[in-house]
Design a protein around this ligand. Structure first.
Ligand code: ADP
Ligand code: MG
Length: 634
């Protein structure tokens, strides 16, 4: 068995050394301290609890907010031959018992848990029966209302400190304002924690913000210069497709990526980008979690990010290899105005939440005081159409209700439905004659989707039902009949969301209980936008300085490579040139004629600067040159 952290690192990860911050964190953990690790994204936080665990007997319990993140980490560990579980899906008590047996008696050492799972009495009991050596809270900023991703369920993690008072805790996050830090320490009741904070300063990353109308043209110019791995963020799914198409037609090989794509297409886009056959990816902020490519040279934001926290994470995907990289935001007056007004307009305010919550209960025919046990299928566009609610506000309201544990959402991202015709044109013709009610739909499909005999074509249920003036349900049942009759092959994607209610319906009373939270969260959302906008608009202070001071870090020097520093340097240069010119003129007045070498010597300036200056003075006809190559005043 390995006896020191470095051996473990080499053996399982194949890395030669720890980063300095990792060393500090690991030694604090090994010494049994409660620890808070504030390291930037990509700083290697996982290793900080994984390596110490492998040094000793006993289980490490990790609380993590996202199923995808947990599965990813478990997969990574398993590939190294390290045994780990993630309690994610619905498991029977029998299955849970087996898992805990393996944790107790088998050589399983890692258990990933969501904070929701932690609330289960059964799991709490089982946790008391195993030997836990370390408790890790990943993405610990979720505990704080001041973080950008607050989850109320994280507030209940402190139950672990009560049930396991002797076990050391490690909290990890990349978000590090002092408010968030205080919340983490207080909520988790950490005991004299060691706080290890690595500076968020990235000396190789040039933050540049440009005010620009023709954004695509600017992108083209930058891509011509950079020609390497690039991420372009934009705000809507449709924009990702459009911009990617435009870039492809300009000869830049790109893919698009957004949350609504089929898994296979996402994977293709991701792989093409990773292996650099298409080194440009145009994406919504759905592209990010777990992206760890070292040689990204350029990240472009075509629209404003949602907060400074989001910006620093997205921009921070550039230049992880330590070589020079650029993070560019393209903005204009309209963006700033839109971002402000859209954020305000789409806030789920208390009265709106009340109205939509009431409608939801009606929609599912839930009676007052009832807590239904079944999960409901929910189609947000149908619901919004019926009650005339705007989609974004409704979506934001659902998110609020989820955050406040009123209901649970399970989103099946819009996979595309598809159709392929599998019989001859003659048969279709005959079928239409016999089934006249289907004729219009069949003709519409044939007219709209070319190549539908050769391969399955993605169809847009919403678009077809609107075009034909029928409901989505009618459309789907018609398609199902045609499918059954052997005319088409049909795949209907389930675009619905599943909703499970967690508290009984009490209309306004339910919402009044959470009203102050809603107000606080909305204020915070607006505050974050305001902070972001003042950062974007402040072109007087070095970008790095601004970002660091947002994270309560003091940084005295200027980075020298952001847009602010560069424009300062430029203006400095013009001043110096003017000074140098007048010095040269004074010298020549006193000496009649001098060679460039003599001027350089007398002024003890840089030769290149003097030559540059002389050139300008010659061009302006202020100076002339003699046949001996000496400079004189004209
Ligand atoms: P974070 O959670 O801080 O964003 P991760 O734990 O996901 O970061 O690690 C980011 C990447 O850095 C991973 O690919 C990891 O393998 C790598 N990494 C971590 N520590 C080291 C190290 N000491 N040397 C080289 N690579 C490392
Ligand atoms: Mg992480």
């Amino acid at each position: 068995m390995a006896t020191n952290p470095l051996e473990i690192l080499k053996k399982y990860w194949g890395f030669n050394s720890f980063k300095d911050a990792q060393k500090e964190v690991i030694s604090s953990v090994v010494n049994g301290n409660d620890t808070v690790a504030l390291l930037p994204t990509g700083g290697g936080k996982s290793i900080c609890f994984q390596v110490p665990t492998l040094l000793r007997e006993g289980v490490c319990v990790i609380i993590s907010p996202l199923i995808a993140l947990m599965n990813d980490q478990v997969k990574n560990l398993q590939e190294k031959g390290i045994k780990a579980y993630a309690l994610t899906s619905k498991l029977s008590e029998g299955e849970i018992v087996t898992i805990f047996d393996n944790l107790q008696f088998g050589n399983y050492q890692f258990l990933y848990l969501s904070p929701e799972k932690l609330q289960s009495d059964f799991i709490q009991t089982k946790l008391k029966q195993i030997n836990i050596q370390l408790i890790a809270i990943d993405e610990a900023h979720c505990i704080s209302e001041w973080g950008h991703d607050f989850r109320p369920s994280y507030l209940n993690i402190n139950i672990l400190k009560e049930t396991h008072p002797k076990v050391p805790f490690i909290a990890l996050t990349a978000t590090a304002t002092s408010r968030v830090l205080t919340d983490i320490i207080e909520t988790l009741q950490l005991n004299k924690p060691k706080i290890i904070k690595k500076s968020f300063y990235r000396s190789n990353l040039a933050y540049q913000i440009y005010d620009i109308e023709d954004k695509l043209y600017k992108v083209e110019q930058m891509l011509n210069k950079v020609k390497e791995n690039t991420i372009i963020y934009t705000n809507t799914r449709r924009n990702t497709v459009e911009i990617s198409n435009q870039l492809n037609s300009l000869g830049f090989a790109s893919n698009f990526y957004h949350g609504g794509m089929k898994m296979d297409d996402k994977l293709d886009a991701y792989n093409n980008w990773m292996n650099e056959t298409k080194p440009i990816i145009v994406a919504t902020n759905a592209f990010g979690m777990g992206i760890d490519k070292p040689n990204v040279r350029l990240v472009i934001h075509m629209n404003l990010p949602q907060s400074i926290e989001n910006y620093i994470q997205e921009a921070g995907r550039a230049g992880r290899d330590g070589k020079k990289a650029f993070s560019v935001v393209l903005k204009n007056k309209t963006d700033i105005f839109n971002t402000k007004t859209i954020t305000k307009k789409t806030l789920a305010t208390v009265p709106i939440v009340k109205k939509i919550y009431f409608a939801l209960n009606q929609f599912f025919r839930i009676s007052y005081g009832e807590l239904p046990i079944e999960t409901f299928e929910f189609n947000i566009s149908e619901f919004c159409k019926k009650y005339q609610f705007p989609i974004t506000i409704t979506y934001n309201t659902l998110k609020v209700l989820e955050r406040e544990n009123i209901l649970l959402l399970d989103e099946n991202f819009n996979r595309k439905s598809s159709v392929k015709f599998i019989t001859s044109k003659e048969n279709i013709f005959e079928y239409c004659n016999k089934n006249t009610s289907k004729e219009r739909l069949i003709k519409f499909l044939l007219r709209t989707y070319g190549g539908i005999f050769e391969s399955a074509k993605s169809i847009n249920i919403n678009f077809i039902s609107n075009s034909l003036g029928i409901t989505q349900n009618t459309l789907i049942s018609m398609l199902k009949t045609i499918n059954k009759d052997g005319i088409i092959n049909l795949y209907i994607a389930n675009s619905n969301t599943q909703i499970l209610f967690l508290t009984p319906r009490e209309d306004n009373r339910t919402i009044n209980l959470i009203a102050s939270n809603i107000i606080k969260q909305n204020d915070l959302k607006l505050q974050k936008i305001t902070d972001l906008i003042s950062f974007i608009e402040n072109d007087k202070i070095c970008r790095n300085k601004q970002l660091l001071s947002y994270f309560d870090e003091i940084y005295k020097e200027e980075c020298g490579i952001c847009d602010v520093c560069i424009s300062k340097k430029k203006s400095l240069k013009t001043i110096n040139l003017n000074e140098l010119s007048s010095l040269i003129i004074q010298l020549l007045k006193a000496n009649n004629e001098l060679s460039s070498k003599e001027i350089v010597k007398l002024l003890s300036s840089e030769e290149s600067e003097v030559l540059f200056c002389l050139q300008i003075l010659l061009e302006k006809n202020i100076l002339g040159v003699t046949s001996q190559n000496k400079y004189i005043i004209n």
